[in-house]
Structure formats: structure tokens, C-alpha cells
Design a protein around this ligand. Structure first.
Ligand SMILES: Nc1nc2c(c(=O)[nH]1)N[C@H]1C(S)=C(S)[C@@H](COP(=O)(O)O)O[C@H]1N2
Ligand SMILES: [Mo]
Length: 318
């Protein structure tokens, strides 16, 4: 009897079988690689298909290739997904934190200011200075206009990164960008997720969220690329007067579970939860999930962050 660790003499048939198996292994592997490439190609196709503006851009091919490689890398590399739950397990989230939120904001007057786009002027929603947009409030006494008003003193608008860089009140520097309505946001693919919401204070709840993936938003309204063809490193988000502001790294934003949400548990967001649009991600603590977003700015500078300025971790990762 031959011992199992002494190789049997290989017959021609045995060798053929070995070669066949190794070929099969190889082709399975190349199939997987080919599959990933095909997926990337589909991604690129869907991208172009969904963003006709991109086609008109005539970006150099090299740049376009980097662009796709960069984004597909971000979208398709091994993502760790946070656990999801069944809708039955979802509870009603408590309201926690109201910095920068105008509960009386007239939602028709809401716009999402987007700054740092690639050729913003090609969009119908273009405006030469997003900072001139006024959010109106039904409560007149709290209706702080975003129009410059010297009589109100220096604390009328707390300073966020974008505002520090571009002093709107001087009227010297403009912040070109686009002003999106909720209808614009709702045109993007609707996603649902039931995930755990964790607050650093020590409580957590399972919640059901509805909205759009940040990655879909970015594809529809792509940022200006860096000269090497890469995406900006960060996005800054802030409330209408800049009182609450949060910064995000691009990798976290492109994660499939990072949503711009307009509803919770199938019902439109309440003002306290950040109507009409907030961020939700199970990857970060509650304090990184900005409510009532008014402005998104793509940038390569690490944006300031309300809670990081108070000593919490800037990433707030879980
Ligand atoms: N605009 C704004 N967003 C905010 C806050 C805030 O005070 N203002 N608080 C944060 C904190 S600390 C938490 S825990 C969550 C709470 O979200 P919820 O009120 O929907 O539970 O919102 C985050 N987003
Ligand atoms: Mo929090």
C-alpha cells in the first residue's frame, strides 16, 4: 500500500487531469478579475449614462480614466458593511441636538448649496454666489437672513471653513455653485436601510432610513477633480447659518451605507431630526450625522467640525 505522502507516479492521464484542474483554477481566477473589470466598466457606463453633463465636458481621456479608477476603487474595494436589521426591529429615534437647526424653516425656501463642482456653470441650478441664498423661517423673530447685515454684530454667523476662506459679507469674493431643491435630490435612486444609530453618550437605537446614497449624489453632481485626476479628499457640510458644521473624508462618504436622508421609518423627516435633508451612516457616531444640511463643499482641506472643535474625534468612526 502506498503511503499518502509518497506521490504516486503520474500517469499521462493524471498529468492531463492536473493541467486541466490548474487551467480551470486559473480561468476561474481570471473570470473573477474579468468580472471585477466588467463591474468597473458597468460602473463607468452607468456613470456616463446618469450624468450626461459629464459627456459634454470633453475631459481628457487620461483624466477620465483616473476619475473612474479612483471612484470605482472607492466604490468596489472590499467594503465592510455595518450590520443591517429587519424593519420590525426599527424604533423611533429620539431627537438629540438642535445646534444650527431652524425648526421653523419654510421648506420651500430650502436649497442645498453645492460648492466645488466640476464646471458648476453647466447646470441649470447654477448661481454665481450660493452665499446670497436666503432660507426663510415662518417664525419671523428667528428669521435671520443670510443677506449681509452689519448691524447684527460678528456673532450672527459662526465661522465655518468655507466662510472663513470666502468672506461673503465683503461682497468681494463669490462662491459659485448650484442650488438644488428636494425634487432634484429625490430624482436620485431611493435607498432604504435599517441600521444601528449610536450616540457617544451611550445610547443606541435601530432605525430605518430612506434617502439617496452620497455616492449617487456625487456621480450626479461630480466635484472638480485634482490635477492628478483624483477626487477631492473631503466634503464640508453645514447648516444654514454655519452654526453646526461637520467634515467628512471622501472614503466614508462613498461608502454604500452613507446616505443623504429625507425620511425615517417611511415618514418625512421631522424638523428636529433634520428636515428636509440630513446625513445618516452606521459607520460613525451620531455626532457626525449632520441634520438640516444647507451646504456641501468639496475640498482638499480637512474641514473643521463642530464636535471635533469641542474635543471629540474628527472621524467619529465606530
Ligand atoms: N444640525 C445638527 N446636526 C446634528 C446635531 C446638532 O446639534 N445639530 N447633533 C448631532 C448629534 S450629537 C446626534 S447624537 C444626532 C442626533 O440625531 P437625532 O436627533 O435624529 O437623534 O444628530 C447629530 N447632528
Ligand atoms: Mo450625539
Amino acid at each position: 500500500m502506498s503511503s499518502p505522502n509518497i506521490p504516486q507516479q503520474k500517469t499521462q492521464e493524471g498529468l492531463d487531469e492536473e493541467v486541466r484542474r490548474s487551467m480551470a483554477r486559473k480561468s476561474r481566477r481570471s473570470f473573477l478579475v474579468g468580472g471585477a473589470a466588467a463591474l468597473a466598466a458597468v460602473g463607468a457606463y452607468v456613470w456616463l449614462d446618469h450624468a450626461p453633463e459629464t459627456k459634454q465636458l470633453q475631459t481628457p481621456l487620461r483624466e477620465a480614466e483616473n476619475w473612474n479608477a479612483d471612484v470605482n476603487q472607492a466604490l468596489f474595494h472590499d467594503r465592510v458593511l455595518a450590520p443591517t436589521y429587519s424593519k420590525r426591529q426599527a424604533t423611533l429615534l429620539r431627537v438629540n441636538g438642535d445646534v444650527g437647526i431652524d425648526e421653523d424653516m419654510i421648506l420651500d425656501s430650502w436649497r442645498l448649496q453645492v460648492v466645488g463642482l466640476d464646471h458648476p456653470e453647466r447646470y441649470p441650478q447654477f448661481t454665481p454666489d450660493v452665499d446670497l441664498w436666503s432660507y426663510r423661517s415662518s417664525d419671523d423673530s428667528t428669521d435671520v437672513s443670510t443677506q449681509p447685515d452689519a448691524s447684527q454684530g460678528p456673532d450672527v454667523k459662526s465661522e465655518s471653513a468655507a466662510q472663513q476662506a470666502i468672506p461673503a459679507s465683503t461682497g468681494m469674493t463669490k462662491t459659485p455653485g448650484i442650488l438644488l431643491t428636494m425634487a432634484d435630490i429625490e430624482k436620485l435612486p431611493r435607498r432604504e436601510m435599517v441600521t444601528q444609530f449610536k450616540c457617544i453618550e451611550g445610547w443606541s437605537q435601530i432605525c430605518q432610513w430612506e434617502g439617496v446614497r452620497f455616492s449617487d449624489f456625487l456621480k450626479a453632481y461630480p466635484p472638480k477633480l485634482n490635477v492628478d485626476g483624483t477626487l477631492p479628499k473631503y466634503a464640508a457640510m453645514e447648516t444654514s447659518e454655519g452654526d453646526f458644521y461637520s467634515g467628512y473624508d471622501m472614503d466614508s462618504l462613498l461608502h454604500p451605507q452613507t446616505l443623504l436622508c429625507y425620511s425615517m421609518g417611511g415618514k418625512p423627516l421631522s424638523p428636529g431630526h433634520g428636515a428636509p435633508l440630513r446625513l445618516s451612516t452606521p459607520l460613525k457616531y451620531g455626532y457626525k450625522q449632520i441634520k438640516q444640511i444647507a451646504k456641501i463643499t468639496y475640498t482638499n482641506q480637512k474641514p473643521p467640525d463642530y464636535w471635533a472643535d469641542l474635543g471629540y474625534d474628527w472621524y467619529g468612526g465606530l
